[in-house]
Each structure stands twice: as C-alpha cells, then as structure tokens.
Design a protein around this ligand. Sequence first.
Ligand code: KIV
Length: 298
Amino acid sequence: MYGSGSASGAQVKKVTAPEVRARKGAGPSLAMVTAYDFTMARLLDEAGVDLLLVGDSLGMVVQGLGNTLPVTLDEIAYHSRAVVRGASRAHVVGDMPFMSYQVSPSQAVESAGKLVKDGAVESIKLEGGEDFAEHVWRIVRAGVPVMGHVGLMPQSVHALGGFKVQGRGQDAARKVVADAKAIEEAGAYAIVLEAIPPDVAAAVTAAVGIPTIGIGAGPSCDGQVLVCTDLLGMSRGHAPKFAKHYAELGDAIVAATKRYVDEVRTGAFPAAAQSYKPNSADESGPRVSEQGKVVNLR
Ligand code: KIV
C-alpha cells in the first residue's frame, strides 16, 4: 500500500504505530513531514507520506515565533484536529509542547490523553532522553504510542545556548545513544534524531530496535522528517543546512499573487469565466436598467 494516496476517494488503510515499529530493517525508509492544517495534510497524504507530525515547530512556522517554547497543548490539539481530517492514510503524531509533560509522569499522561481526545492524534512525540523514560513508560502504559526525540531538543534551546548540533565528541555521542536506548526500553515505537553527526545517528540506529527518523542526522536513519515549509521552499530567511527544497512554492506564491494584484488593478479579474450568468430580460431578478438603475429588486 506504500505510496497510495486518497485523491481517488478509495478506502485507504491507515498507517499504525505497530506498522511503523515493524519497519525497522524492513520495507522502504519512513517518510515523515510536518503539517499544521487540513489543506497541507491532504496534499502530503495524497503524496504518500507515512507520518504527519503536528510539530511544535508550528510556533515558528505558523505563529512567526523565534522558538517553540510558547506553544500550548490546546494549540497542538487545534491544529491536530485539522490535520487528522486531511490524513486518509498517514499516521498522525501530535507533539507535546514545552511544559506539557516535563513537570511529572502524571502530567505527561494527562497531556498525551488530551492530544488523543481533543486532537484525535494517533500517537504523541516528546523530547527527552533518560530523564524522561518514566514519562514515556507511563504514557505507553496508558495506551498511547510514543515517538521519542533526542539529539537537538529545541525545547531546551536556552539550556543548550542555541539551536546547535549535538553529539559532538565521544561523551556527547555516548549520551545520545544512551538517551535513545532509554526511550526505546520505556516502550517508544520510533525515535526522532535531530541535528547530530551522521556517524552518531548510525550508531544510534544500530543500537536500537525501533526505527530512527532523522532530521539533520544523515542517511543511516530508518526514516527522515522535514518541516513542510522547508521541503516545499516556502520558508524565508535562514534555513538549516539539512532543509532540502523539493520545490520553490514561496516564489511561486509571490509570483501568482503579483499577477492577481495586477489583474484586480487593471480590471482583468474577474472576467466572464469567473462571473455568474447574468439575469436575462425575461427573468424577474435584479438587473441594471439602461439608465444605470438596479430594477426588479425584491
Ligand atoms: O516540531 C517539529 O517540527 C519537530 C520536527 C523538527 C522533528 O519536532
């Protein structure tokens, strides 16, 4: 079923967390993309992505913030509901935002439950290594599949001193591997590796029995994830090194909108093709008389 879209309206089977887990070392690499709304989710799903992530990156991509920290659980739930409506096949993952789970394992279970109940997500993702293994364990025991996230954890941007590559040097590399193993042992079904050297990502991928999904982590991972606006060339300003553009939709949107603005200003839009059929003389609806007055108004 890989690559089958929903545009035809045919019944399509949803990708599940156990199926994602079973792709470790089997089947094609997993393709995950972020999405924040129905329209984008439907197009990405039609293209055959395996997973859609309603990432807390929505703070930067949708809300124009400098980091992800202010994003709330309600905001992730709101965007998730829209994404789920557009995802016929792709598995939808909801991101747990800053301070929705860090306080305690109990808070983590409650927040994960809220994303499932209010956001209709099919699994959740959270950032953290060994220190968050208990949180993951409790959420999984509550019946919610968990995707981990280690390496660069953007919610720790202040502690890290910026969005910096992690896992450089032997101790730091060993820490990333230990974090990933702890999250696997706690019951996660997959794990995101962000901004680490490719050799470290290869070591993690070999060390764990669940799929690794890389972003800025090189080619050895079991899957890849990109932010949709990076993938489609819609971002402006600084782009991370790993953000490959598969289209230049930002430029296409600006060019198309310029044409629209021109046509509105010159009167070329709307033309007859975009206008409804005028009332004929024998109909009783409103029409303009020869003197320019609207007649037959009811
Ligand atoms: O929030 C997000 O979009 C993410 C991805 C970059 C993995 O966590």
